[in-house]
Design a protein around this ligand. Structure first.
Ligand code: PLP
Length: 440
């Protein structure tokens, strides 16, 4: 172990890295500072971050407006417990989230990570049915290729076979898992499954429009709408996990709004017009512009009302230590100001067009099985991802930080990336993937 270069970095022998076989993993990238879309490395090099730190640095790194807001809050009150106390940054953020979310998603519960936001959503759904006299409704239906987080409840929602959590097996809650329906036959099967298991099902959980870490797979607004209708028909709650898709990533503020004005069928009110309105929605990642750890679970009035009674035992029993951290709230409020005042949706549309134009040649590369683009997400799906470390190094040699994953070589850049910087990413994706296809 001691001859591995990583172990010669002082302190590394005390770190346990994420998603990582510590024995064989390559040297991690030593980053000293960040700015705009760039990482400045300890060895003096600068690289473009094609991932915006796992989808989160939506306005680029160190955005001065967000930094200022955090600094101002820092001098007033970095943190205070949220039990029995509240503060203006949280009140303001809750008001604003309720205002920009569709429908009656009005009740904001702050969490400290996306996984915890999913746990809270699950507890809300189970409590909803318990408080309606149906305590047996404690299971969830999720989809193959889903990724909903790393805590044990959230893990049980992930793809049971393909996900990195498969090895936990019997240690996880047993949920129902189906292929994400893409046609009427599959939708009818979902309908049947929901009907059959209604007495034990609390909710269906979905990443709307784009499944992220489970395979970067897309589905159409029409499919999303049909799934929502099927839940409503069967009186099963719908939880939308927008950890990755929220805040303009897919081309609308939230992906559930990507079903608006799609001209699906203008004559049919059930399939045209407005956003899909889930009963519970989870947001995070870009919520604080990627600067501080915070997520939120937002419930509809109907869900909240089930907990609102004179009986203490009807309450939602959850409360993270760092719930509604004022610094994170200040960052999120500053981030929402930027979404209001700067043309992020236009920028996403331009990124989408550029990714589509510049990645399409990859269809001709042997071993690339699909090229797909949605909003500020560009994906090359390959037959089988091998030589991962060498691949990552080849991107670094071209000045790009990119982390191939699953069967995908993908980019989720900052929404403020310039066309030139984005071209550097796409050029590297084309050239490196072409080379990679000839390795072996
Ligand atoms: C990242 C992510 C999570 C988990 O969020 P953490 O903050 O990492 O716990 C859950 N669901 C989706 C769709 C995500 O992309």
């Amino acid at each position: 172990m001691s001859d591995h270069p990583a172990w010669q970095i002082e302190g590394y022998d005390h770190l346990w890295m994420p998603y990582c076989q510590m024995k064989t993993a390559p040297l991690p990238l030593a980053v000293r500072s960040t700015s705009g879309v760039r990482l400045h490395l300890a060895d003096g090099r600068t690289v473009i971050d094609s991932l915006a730190s796992w989808w989160s640095a939506c306005h680029g790194y160190n955005h001065p407006a967000v930094v200022d807001a955090i600094e101002q809050q820092l001098s007033l009150m970095p943190h205070v417990m949220f039990g029995g106390i509240n503060h203006e940054p949280a009140l303001r953020l809750a008001r604003r989230l309720a205002a920009i979310l569709p429908g009656d998603l009005n009740r904001v519960f702050f969490a400290d990570s996306g996984s915890v936001a999913l746990e809270v959503a699950m507890k809300m759904a189970i409590g909803f049915w318990r408080n309606h006299g149906q305590p047996g409704r404690t299971r969830f239906l999720a989809f193959h290729h889903a990724y909903h987080g790393d805590t044990t409840g959230a893990m049980s929602l992930c793809d049971p076979n393909r996900s990195m959590h498969a090895s936990f097996g019997d240690g996880l809650l047993k949920q129902l898992h189906l292929d994400l329906p893409r046609d009427d036959v599959a939708l009818a099967q979902l309908d049947q499954t929901l009907g059959h298991h209604r007495d034990e099902l609390a909710a269906v959980v979905i990443e709307p429009l784009v499944q992220g870490a489970g395979g970067m797979r897309f589905h159409s607004p029409k499919v999303l709408r049909a799934i929502a209708e099927t839940c409503r028909r069967n009186d099963v709650l719908l939880i939308a996990d927008e950890l990755a898709t929220g805040f303009c990533r897919t081309g609308t503020m939230f992906a559930v709004q990507g079903t608006e004005n799609q001209n699906l069928d203008k004559n049919n009110p059930a399939t045209s017009g407005s956003a899909v309105i889930p009963d519970i929605i989870c947001v995070g990642k870009a919520l604080t512009a990627g600067m501080l750890p915070m997520a939120a679970t937002i419930a509809s009035d109907r869900v909240f009302d089930a907990f609102f009674s004179d009986d203490p035992s009807d309450a939602l029993m959850h409360g993270p230590t760092f719930m509604a951290n004022p610094l994170a709230c200040a960052a999120a409020n500053a981030s929402l100001d930027l979404f209001e005042n700067e043309p992020r949706l236009v920028q996403v549309r331009e990124i989408e067009r550029q990714l589509s134009d510049q990645l399409s040649v990859c269809r001709q590369i042997d071993r690339v099985v699909d090229v797909r683009v949605k909003g500020a997400i560009g994906v090359l799906q390959v037959d089988r991802l091998d030589h991962v470390d060498r691949l990552r190094q080849a991107f670094l040699d071209r000045g790009i930080w990119l982390r191939p994953f699953g069967d995908c070589i993908y980019t989720t850049p900052s929404l403020v990336i310039s066309p030139d910087d984005l071209s550097q990413i796409t050029t590297a994706m084309v050239e490196v993937t072409r080379q990679w296809a000839s390795w072996n």
